[in-house]
Design a protein around this ligand. Sequence first.
Ligand code: SF4
Ligand code: SF4
Length: 528
Amino acid sequence: MNVLIVDALASGKGKRLVTRDAIGAGPRSVAGIFEKKGINVNIMEVEKVLGKSFNKDFYDLLLVSGMSGDLTAVRKTIKKVYGKTVIIGGPITSEPINSLKNTGADIAVIGEGEETLLDLLTLDLNNIESLPLEKLESIKGLSFLNKNKKIVFNGLRPVMQRKTYNTFKPSIKTIKNYSIFYAARVYLEVLRGCSNYYRANIEQNEACSLCNKCREGKLIDRFYCPQNKLPGCGYCSVPSLFGPPKSRTVDNIIEEAKGLLELGVNRIVLSAPCILDYGRDLLVEPEPLTDPRFPEPNYEELEKLFSKLFDLSKVKEGAASIMIENIKASLITDRSATLLGQYFKNTPISIGFETGSKEHSKLLGRPSNPSETLNAIKKLKNTGIKPYVYFIHGLPGQTRKTALETVNSINESIRNGAERIILYRFHTLPMSEFCNYPNGLPYVKDKNSKIIHEAAIKANRLKKDDLIGKKVNVVIAERYDKNPLYYVSYPLKHGPVVLVEGKNGLENNVINVEITRKASDRMVYGRF
Ligand code: SF4
Ligand code: SF4
């Protein structure tokens, strides 16, 4: 059997623009399952599948991975491979019924896919028409079309245990299936799930009995809410879909990182909803890690992981970089900030702020309040890290007062050392506590969102000029399609796209450039 995994993540209508240099961890995790079974598997970027030279006849089974915003790309892909069995997965399937209805796929895998796929592989997937439907009905974690042409969702699987999770190994060799893998940020999953089991209580009504179990109960008690409110920040579905954190072993991570670097990867991002949750699960096992504050980070395990990664020869020589992704302010202590600074100096870290109001923050179910987050920004900045601070406008519960407090927090974040402010509009996510709320209005249509937007733009305008004259190491990716005199290049430690002029054959080189001027909001010019 020949299997193709189509990576449509962040491709929207079928073409990645600003996210072209990011390669998510999901498709390689899925490829690893087929490799383990000895099945021939490849990954292809959606742009290639939708291109003229793609030949579907070579493949017996297709899996398409996408997010909710990639609906058009996923639909186009499925139309193009008409006649083949198609399984969809990734965040797009957190609406189990609609994802099938809207894309035309045969099967949707929801949440953690590894065990569900293993179950599916016991069936003959070459021919969906002849599949025994009663067998599909018995597999948890998927939705499919039954014999009455009705879409059935079998319910989620219980969250995977850490030991089982560690038996799965993502594919390494399929990284070469990506066109600019040598310059891209390659995400390597180090842990799955989130420890924030607080609940949002935005309506402050009887849906919450104020028992406070989710904030002060025993770890196991926090897992279940007597009122069935979903865990985590109200706008997020990570705890509902993936449960409390479970860490991969240091050995598994190092093996994968080593393999990727040897194949030519130059930029690795340790993917985790919060890197400081890494190894904390080991401190409370067999209890689930459902507290975003206590115990403190597992410093020993983090140190073990970071020291081994930074000891890999390519990283030690400065030819490749290791980056981290997200962090919760509730886990920033003096010790964790120092530890991060020791390894990730000059590297950006994303820190969620979302609202500047203390009260709003609590009602949203956030793990930390605004003053803690400001403190965390300052601590990280003092250790040499570049905090990228995230806010959301249009959230349920946003008022004039919360908007003004948010504007204030944006300004304070910059004063405390934020490198960049990243503002999102609230989009409702299936399987989050706010799944039934409407999306936030565009900022032009909401005067409260507008002041938040203006504050963020102003803050970033001030910061971008800071880059001019700085020298950074970049990886040369490919010719810039809008002006082939230039190359598109990416800073080794993340930052805006740098356009550099140069002769042919520079792809896959790491070069030091000086930033000369701004090209746009997302790009700058540089020279060797
Ligand atoms: S959200 Fe649930 S667990 Fe938390 S206080 Fe309310 S009823 Fe209790
Ligand atoms: S936003 Fe972050 S802290 Fe909140 S539930 Fe999601 S992953 Fe956890």
